[in-house]
Design a binder for this molecule. Structure first.
Ligand SMILES: Nc1ncnc2c1ncn2[C@@H]1O[C@H](COP(=O)(O)OP(=O)(O)OP(=O)(O)O)[C@@H](O)[C@H]1O
Ligand SMILES: [Mg+2]
Length: 263
């Protein structure tokens, strides 16, 4: 995707900026001073070996995990965490969380609710939409992920790939500014994983802003505008996905790529 640069707005804040994010577990720095900016409509993939801190970083962006230090700004909202000051208030966190949709490896759908109601529930609770209004939006989203025929099905009657597409629709239903995906296909068979990746690719083409942690290298190369390589809590390399994959500049990236690409 191309992002025209408007020189008159050079100093305008990025769409999302997570800066100086550090997360310590005791003395272990799972995420060590990571900064990531993403522009509207951009898709950034984060790759790296197990334990690199990819999930922890993603979870810090929407405060599912409280960073030890760092600032997250999305749109007009900004929340800073400092070791020497009070933690952000619930209201401050809620404002950021509302702007961010998250899709996990495990789909976490409510088993006793239909696909449609799984998508409607948070719209009613968080956004105060009426049941009718929420269901209409949910139905449109199910259509968008190719599952309108499953509206009245329960999660147990859907394949893993279908459940993940329902989970994506659920996250989109709150009209987030940014979507975060944490290895959305790694629990799926390759075939159904491909259906999920196809939906993500369509959403990216339609302008979704997203940060995607993935081991799907062809997806990362072909769909993301930018690739970030994390190792041991830090970003070791960042740039054009094709360039990184064909000529990584960091030894750890080379090691990681030869391990995943040869798999
Ligand atoms: N709740 C926790 N308590 C203590 N340590 C944790 C906790 N969560 C994560 N860690 C540690 O933080 C580091 C980063 O973990 P994280 O799950 O973010 O890695 P990852 O890059 O997502 O790995 P994977 O590719 O396996 O998902 C690891 O060393 C992990 O053991
Ligand atoms: Mg992870």
């Amino acid at each position: 995707m191309n992002h025209p640069v408007n020189n008159t707005e050079e100093s305008a804040p990025m769409f999302l900026r997570a800066s100086g994010i550090t997360k310590k577990y005791k003395e272990h720095r799972a995420v060590d001073n990571v900064t990531l900016e993403i522009d509207q409509g951009e898709v950034v993939s984060i790759i790296g070996p197990s334990g690199a801190g990819k999930s922890t970083f993603l979870r810090c962006i929407n405060f599912l995990e409280m960073p030890t230090e760092g600032t997250v700004s999305i749109g007009k909202e900004s929340v800073a965490v400092r070791t020497d000051s009070r933690l952000p208030s619930r209201a401050e966190l809620a404002a950021i969380r509302r702007s961010v949709g998250m899709v996990f490896q495990s789909f976490n759908l409510f088993p006793h609710l239909t696909a449609l109601r799984n998508i409607s529930l948070a719209q009613e609770r968080v956004l105060g939409r009426s049941g009718e209004e929420a269901d209409e939006k949910s139905y449109q989203l199910l259509k968008r992920v190719g599952l309108d025929k499953k509206a009245t099905a329960y999660p147990g009657q859907c394949s893993g790939g279908q459940q993940q597409r329902i989970a994506i629709a659920r996250a989109l239903a709150l009209d987030p500014l940014v979507m975060l995906f944490d290895e959305p296909t790694s629990a799926l068979d390759p075939e159904v994983g491909a259906e999920v990746l196809a939906v993500m690719r369509e959403l990216a083409d339609e302008g979704m802003t997203a940060i995607v942690v993935t081991h799907e290298m062809s997806f990362a190369r072909d769909v993301s505008d930018r690739m970030v390589v994390m190792v041991d809590g830090s970003v070791v390399e960042e740039g054009d996905p094709h360039a990184i994959m064909s000529a990584p500049s960091h030894e750890r990236t080379r090691q990681f790529l030869s391990a995943v690409v040869g798999r």
